[in-house]
Design a protein around this ligand. Structure first.
Ligand code: ZN
Length: 316
């Protein structure tokens, strides 16, 4: 008999607003039921059958691998949600590029929030399932997996959904990136703290003291070559970015000279190894877009100048 563990699906859809996307997740039979009215949320390859009839055996310890399998599927779902986030960001950037503060950016932002919410709820489920797997592995016996899961997950999900927009997204790295990527399209200044776009809720009265992400301008130049990134690469030790060839060369040269290869960013003390270098395609993409935008605007300015020059010639 399958063990069914219900999620907080009704709350998710209420919270999610008019164009909602419901992702009920059951430990036994995970059903992804998407009312897909958002272009930015891809469901490619996902059908209700994908996760149906995933029966969790109550026989301990065989339940552990089955829970593990469920966790893996949820993780795969997170990756898909993150693709949706990318698409939402691309859409918002295109809108801002067409017109500064284009009002429909707000709509895209709402979709972005819904995806962030879904991802957080899936992460909560994963956390609970992982705890249960660990318990099972240390020979803990559950008399009822279903109700245990529910007891553990439900309060966490509820607590998350009860939060205000500002409490939920103010410290979100992804939301900060979303806002600063839009901001840089029409501003040369640093992106202001994201809370300015988030309605204040009852639960963030201590707002002034809180950590607020924003204000950072993304640099698209390699600190070594001082040129736009080529194969943008990030150090997993310190988070700094470089062009791939430049940082590899720096590490190799330092090693040959028997010096510790230190991160070239001023003030950074990280000692780097080639294994710390991770390709950063999304940064490269933003860098390329930025360069293209600069080029296009320069061309537009040149055209304007030409027009003015012609006008002046005609007046002569
Ligand atoms: Zn560094």
């Amino acid at each position: 008999m399958p063990v069914r563990v219900e999620s907080q699906e009704s709350q998710v859809s209420q919270e999610a607003g008019p164009s909602r996307k419901t992702v009920p997740v059951r430990a036994s039979s995970i059903v992804v039921d998407s009312e897909d009215d958002d272009d930015m949320e891809e469901e490619e390859g996902w059908t209700t059958d994908t996760f149906q009839n995933q029966v969790i055996d109550k026989d301990i310890p065989s339940a552990a691998p089955q829970l593990r399998q469920t966790i893996d599927k949820l993780k795969d779902f997170i990756r898909r949600l993150e693709e949706g986030m990318e698409l939402a960001l691309d859409t918002a950037k295109a809108l801002e590029d067409s017109k500064q503060d284009e009002p429909s950016i707000r709509e895209v932002e709402k979709a972005f929030f819904r995806i962030l919410d879904q991802r957080e709820l899936v992460r909560i489920k994963i956390g609970v399932l992982e705890d249960m797997v660990n318990q099972l592995r240390s020979s803990h016996q559950y008399t009822d997996i279903e109700s245990t899961y529910e007891e553990l997950a439900a309060p966490k999900e509820k607590a998350y959904l009860a939060k205000s927009e500002r409490a939920k997204y103010k410290t979100s790295k992804e939301y900060s990136e979303f806002r600063s990527a839009i901001w840089e399209i029409n501003h040369d200044s640093a992106c202001p703290p994201v809370s300015q776009w988030l309605e204040k809720g009852d639960d963030d009265e201590s707002d002034d003291d809180d950590f607020d992400i924003g204000g950072a301008t993304q640099s698209y130049r390699c600190p070594i070559t001082l040129m736009p990134f080529v194969e943008a690469t990030t150090s997993s030790k310190c988070g700094h970015n470089y062009s791939r060839a430049a940082i590899v060369d720096l590490i190799e040269t330092s090693r040959k000279a028997k010096r510790a290869p230190k991160c070239p960013v001023t003030g950074c003390q990280a000692v780097l190894d080639k294994t710390d270098l991770k390709p950063n395609p999304s940064l490269q993409k933003r860098c390329d877009e930025y360069q293209k935008r600069l080029q296009r605007r320069e061309d537009e300015r040149d055209e304007e100048d030409d027009t003015i020059a012609i006008d002046e010639d005609e007046e002569d």
